[in-house]
Design a binder for this molecule. Sequence first.
Ligand SMILES: Cc1cc2nc3c(=O)[nH]c(=O)nc-3n(C[C@H](O)[C@H](O)[C@H](O)COP(=O)(O)OP(=O)(O)OC[C@H]3O[C@@H](n4cnc5c(N)ncnc54)[C@H](O)[C@@H]3O)c2cc1C
Length: 404
Amino acid sequence: MENITRGGQFLVKETACEDVFSPEDFSEEQQMMAEAVTDFVDREIWAHKPRFETKDFAFTEEIMRKAGELGFLSVAVPEQYEGMGMGFVSTVLVCDRISGATGSVATAFGAHTGIGTMPITLYGTEEQKQKYVPKLASGEWFGAYCLTEPGAGSDANSGKTKAVLSEDGSYYKISGQKMWISNAGFCNVMIVFARIEEDKNITGFIVPFDPENPNGITLGEEEHKLGIRSSSTRQVFFNDTVVPVENMLSERGNGFKIAMNALNVGRIKLAAACLDAQRRVISESIKYANERVQFKTPISSFGAIKKKLADMATNCYAGESGTYRASRDIERRIQIRETEGNSHQEAELKGVEEYAIECAMLKVAVSEHTQDCTDEGIQIFGGMGFSEETPMESAWRDARISRI
Ligand SMILES: Cc1cc2nc3c(=O)[nH]c(=O)nc-3n(C[C@H](O)[C@H](O)[C@H](O)COP(=O)(O)OP(=O)(O)OC[C@H]3O[C@@H](n4cnc5c(N)ncnc54)[C@H](O)[C@@H]3O)c2cc1C
């Protein structure tokens, strides 16, 4: 077994170069997966990029369904729940490649496969997993994650949404207001966090949603956003929504832990989700700089433009290298923990938690690189970069959300 670097150890431990994983180490299966996802994105998403700027929420949903049919929503889902059960690196790889063409699909994909599905695969009972996960993995159902409230953003444990147990103890009634809920407009299953009595910590629930039979759930209008314009983002109101007690996720008061762990895994995936956006902006910028002639010279010959392209490529390379290095270390820790007797669930949770430092640094660095990259992309395109006719302005607007 190779000598892996534990979480945070890169600071204090010498690492042999053969122990550092990079994209050049992808297996044949991973390379094929990367190509399949990229082909799908080029054909189904990139070719129709302008549609995502017109608040075409149905189109995002359609793409998500197609991604489900091709198995891309099930990469991280264990095989016993009809997923592909691939490792952490492959999960990160699919997240990377599917996210580059538009932030609208990146957000829908991340919200569904990550925070919308993962709390059930990681914390659900066997019955809950059998009931919900296969349908989420195939894209028959879509997931949303309802944590944020008007008064509870960064301070996520301060939410006011209440869950009140019925007299016979068979169900809870959930009432409250959630906001900024991605995928709200087309989801079938919501992970909802609510407080029982005066508990210190919130509790997680699985709440099915059927607009034909809304069970006290109403949706606000679509938010009008700077970017990711075809990603559905709505408020969700719960008014005495009946949720059977067997839909509680994990134990009473465990919701804050579930919410934070889901977001922890989300950080490295968010870094991955920014990588292909950078690659595409860099490729378009190089193409344009070679074609655009000023002073009888392609602008790519000018030192200032070369410097921009060099900085964009440097940051992308650094972010990609760090993301895959950490992903492989996490994957190995998960495998080691499983051989030591942890269940897959425990191994994944603890494995990622050990690398919380790397996940947080990557999220910050790569999201900032993406903003810089798209900004320089606009600059290289000059006036055309500011026009909706080129892909730069939407890439720049979409990049902004990753830094929040
Ligand atoms: C497009 C979009 C999609 C979203 N999707 C979802 C979703 O699917 N589900 C969901 O539950 N939520 C979702 N969110 C909500 C998102 O998680 C919150 O916006 C985020 O947690 C920040 O909360 P806030 O907006 O209330 O900002 P606030 O918490 O009010 O923060 C405002 C500012 O204060 C800073 N700040 C806060 N606390 C501190 C502190 N202790 N020290 C220093 N600075 C601090 C913040 O960093 C920020 O700069 C989404 C948001 C957006 C915009």
